[in-house]
Design a protein around this ligand. Structure first.
Ligand SMILES: Cc1ncc(C[n+]2csc(CCO)c2C)c(N)n1
Length: 224
């Protein structure tokens, strides 16, 4: 069994909860409150900034030119293409560039992105890839599922989001990352695999919590 197959099985109960989550369901059937999506876009912008740093760390930690090149490409595309698309998309929800630039991370955004950065900075490349993979893989699954709902990919507000993640290019990126993790974990002893599985499980849990945070528009409970 490939290591990624083991991971896939492990997180099925959480992925099922992701798909059933009212935020995800609401994007699929178009009923999601725009204020909730607006909040999500702002927190996701902050998330993407930290996430891009993982690609930079991946470039440093990889030992072959092909992998280094791919991480460098992802760093460039996230910072210089994806984030500008995000700023454009945010305008649909009346979010200005200033609001994005001045936004403060919520507790969950900070916990999730800093957990990934901690693993990325302090552990090996396989651990870093395990930390960043649930983001890509779970979004690829959600994009694919939601795009099957008639009309969902054409929805005025959520259609572009669904199309972006259902797109072949994005599906291939998730596949590249899965294959990379399978290569990196080949022949590793069980105690290392168990640690990598734990990291993957933790960021999978964070993905679910990010949906929940956005649905409830949570910031810092102590401030409320
Ligand atoms: C909370 C959260 N989780 C996952 C993604 C998806 N995502 C973010 S960066 C990236 C890789 C390509 O740049 C992908 C797939 C998101 N946007 N927000």
């Amino acid at each position: 069994m490939k290591f990624s197959e083991r991971l896939y099985e492990k997180v099925q109960p959480i992925w099922k909860k992701n798909h059933e989550h009212p935020f995800v369901q609401g994007m699929g059937n178009g009923s999601l409150d725009k204020e909730k999506f607006r909040y999500y876009m702002i927190q996701d912008y902050l998330y993407l900034i930290d996430y891009s740093k993982l690609f930079a760390i991946g470039t440093v930690k990889a030992n072959d030119l092909k992998t280094m090149g791919k991480f460098a490409e992802l760093l460039d595309s996230t910072l210089n293409t994806e984030m500008s698309l995000h700023r454009q998309y945010a305008k649909k929800f009346d979010i200005s560039e200033e609001e994005l630039e001045n936004a403060e991370p919520a507790a969950m955004t900070l916990s999730y992105s800093h957990y990934m950065l901690h693993v990325g900075q302090n552990e090996g490349l396989a651990e870093l890839v395990a930390a960043l993979l649930p983001c890509m893989w779970s979004y690829a699954e959600i994009g694919k599922e939601l795009s099957k709902i008639p009309g969902a990919a054409e929805h005025e507000f959520y259609g572009d989001w669904i199309s972006m993640y259902a797109d072949d290019e994005f599906q291939e990126l998730a596949k590249w990352t899965i294959d990379l993790l399978d290569d990196l974990t080949e022949g590793k002893p069980e105690h290392e695999l168990a640690r990598i599985e734990d990291i993957f499980l933790n960021t999978t849990r964070f993905e679910f919590m990010f949906w929940d945070m956005a649905y409830n528009q949570e910031m810092w409970p102590a401030d409320e």
